[in-house]
Design a protein around this ligand. Sequence first.
Ligand SMILES: Cc1cc2nc3c(=O)[nH]c(=O)nc-3n(C[C@H](O)[C@H](O)[C@H](O)COP(=O)(O)O)c2cc1C
Length: 176
Amino acid sequence: MAEIGIFYGSTSGTTEEIAEKIRELIGEDVCDIYSMEDDFDDVDDLLKYDYLLLGCSTWGAGEVQNDWREPLFDMEVDKPDFSGKTIAMFGPGDCDGHSKHFVGALGLMYDQFKALGAKMVGFVAPDDYTYEKSSAIRDGMFVGLPLDEINESEKTDERISSWLESLKPYFPAIAT
Ligand SMILES: Cc1cc2nc3c(=O)[nH]c(=O)nc-3n(C[C@H](O)[C@H](O)[C@H](O)COP(=O)(O)O)c2cc1C
């Protein structure tokens, strides 16, 4: 088993591509990757890892991607213990077409995993983003890495590499 678990939910393949890119950048030997649709059985899959990178796109109006819904619901009921786990999140959205709910899924995921005791890291300043509203902001920061492959795909590589750099103090496997 690798040190980091990457878990992603993706409806049209965007989060999947990003998750694979992140894995390639960090190193395939230190990251296992799970599609929430195809590979995820239950919360024990997540709990195997002390270091987690969670990918979730936003659908509906600020809602989590479909494959995360049931697992998050189950966790809300069962309240598994994520203390001792370090989690950073990433997720694509649409800052133009869905400007009032930009990457809202990250906010929902953040509240839930924080309540379960996880150490949440990988916040991103909103300065480089244009949107009307987002429920993924806490204390003036996005609680994960927002990406936008529809309007700003040219910024994605740089955003990912700065974010990975910012994770180094928290993820030993990324620092080496
Ligand atoms: C019906 C629909 C609803 C969406 N709702 C939102 C939203 O509320 N907020 C947002 O930032 N993006 C929203 N998006 C944009 C998606 O998050 C974006 O296309 C993303 O890249 C999809 O990633 P995936 O293919 O990995 O699921 C929506 C897209 C569609 C088609």
